[in-house]
Write a protein that binds this ligand. Structure first.
Ligand SMILES: NC(=O)c1ccc[n+]([C@@H]2O[C@H](COP(=O)([O-])OP(=O)(O)OC[C@H]3O[C@@H](n4cnc5c(N)ncnc54)[C@H](OP(=O)(O)O)[C@@H]3O)[C@@H](O)[C@H]2O)c1
Length: 264
C-alpha cells in the first residue's frame, strides 16, 4: 500500500510502476491526484551505457506517461532532471536554464528525452535540474566517503570535475515551495562549487575522519564508459528570484546531513 502523509501519497515501484500508463491513470483517478512529483528514474550513469533501452524506458517513456496522466486531468507534473544534460560542452561559468543542452552518454540523453517528452505533451509542468545529490538515505557519495575515510589509510579522489554537492533535504523543501510557482524550467543546487576531491576532504574534515590521507587525482585514473562534465555548476538566479529564497552553501548543508548521519 502507498504511504500516506497528510495530503501526500508516496509510492515505490511495487506500488506504482511508472512505465505502466494504465496503472498511473487508475491511481490518479482512484486517489483524485492533481499533482505528481517524479523522483523516480534510471540513475546508474555507467549502467545506462549497457542498458540503453531501460534508461530510455524509465527516464523518457515513463516520464511521458506521467505527463500524459497529468495532462488528462489538467494536473501538475514536477519532474527532477540533471546538470548532465550539459555534459558535452566545455564550460566555465554557471549554466542558466536557457543554455542549449549537450548531453553526453545514454543517461544524459535519456534525461533530456524525458524533459522533451514533458514539453511535447505540454501538461502543466515544472522541471528542476539538480546535481550531485546526497542525503541520509540510500547509497551516495557522502555515505561512501564516510565509510572509506573511516576504514582506509589513504584514498584517491578526482579533482578535475567541478560541481555543487546538493543536500536532498534542501531540494525537497524547495520542491514543496515550487508547487505553487510559475511553470517552467529551473535549476536548483546548494550554493558554492568544488571538485569531488574537495567534497571528500570536507566530508572527512567535518566528520573527524582525519587519519585517512585523501589525494587528488585526474578522471583518467578511474576509467569510465561515460565522459563526465568537467564543469557543471548551475546558475540558480531564476529559482532564487521566483521563491525569494537564499540557498544554503554546500558546506553548511553537508554539516547538517553529517550531524544527522553521525548521531542516528
Ligand atoms: N543522484 C544524483 O546525484 C542526481 C543528480 C541530478 C539529478 N538526479 C535525478 O534525481 C532523481 C532522483 O535521483 P536519485 O539519485 O535519488 O535516484 P535513485 O536513488 O536511483 O532512486 C530512483 C528511484 O526510482 C524508482 N524507480 C525505478 N524504476 C521505477 C519504476 N518503474 N516505477 C516507479 N519507480 C521506479 C526506484 O524505486 P525502488 O527504490 O522502489 O526501486 C528508486 O527509488 C532522478 O530523476 C535523477 O535523474 C540525481
Amino acid at each position: 500500500m502507498p504511504t500516506r502523509k497528510q495530503d501526500w501519497l508516496f509510492t515505490d515501484v511495487d506500488e506504482l510502476d511508472i512505465t505502466d500508463l494504465p496503472a498511473i491513470r487508475a491511481l490518479v483517478a482512484r486517489e483524485g491526484i492533481d499533482t505528481i512529483v517524479n523522483c523516480a528514474g534510471y540513475t546508474n550513469v555507467e549502467g545506462a551505457e549497457d542498458n540503453p533501452e531501460l534508461a530510455e524506458l524509465l527516464n523518457a517513456k515513463a516520464v511521458e506517461n506521467l505527463a500524459v496522466a497529468m495532462k488528462e486531468v489538467n494536473g501538475l507534473l514536477l519532474h527532477i532532471s540533471t546538470d548532465y544534460v550539459f555534459g558535452g560542452e566545455v564550460l566555465n561559468t554557471p549554466i542558466t536554464e536557457t543554455q542549449k543542452p549537450a548531453p553526453q552518454g545514454v543517461y544524459a540523453q535519456s534525461k533530456l528525452h524525458g524533459e522533451e517528452a514533458i514539453q511535447r505533451v505540454s501538461c502543466r509542468h515544472i522541471i528542476i535540474r539538480t546535481a550531485w545529490l546526497y542525503s541520509e538515505y540510500g547509497k551516495n557519495f557522502v555515505k561512501t566517503m564516510l565509510r572509506l575515510t573511516a576504514e582506509k589509510p589513504s584514498l584517491k579522489v578526482v579533482d578535475d570535475q567541478r560541481g555543487t554537492p546538493t543536500y536532498a533535504g534542501d531540494l525537497a523543501e524547495v520542491i514543496v515551495k515550487m508547487l505553487s510557482a510559475k511553470e517552467g524550467m529551473y535549476n536548483y543546487t546548494n550554493e558554492g562549487e568544488c571538485t569531488w576531491y574537495e567534497f571528500a576532504c570536507a566530508i572527512a574534515e567535518l566528520s573527524g575522519h582525519t587519519t585517512c590521507e585523501i589525494r587528488p587525482c585526474t578522471s583518467d585514473e578511474f576509467p569510465s564508459k561515460v565522459h563526465r562534465p568537467a564543469y557543471s555548476v548551475l546558475d540558480k538566479s531564476k529559482i532564487k528570484g521566483t521563491l525569494g529564497i537564499s540557498i544554503p552553501h554546500w558546506r553548511e548543508s553537508l554539516q547538517k546531513c553529517l550531524v544527522s548521519l553521525l548521531t542516528t
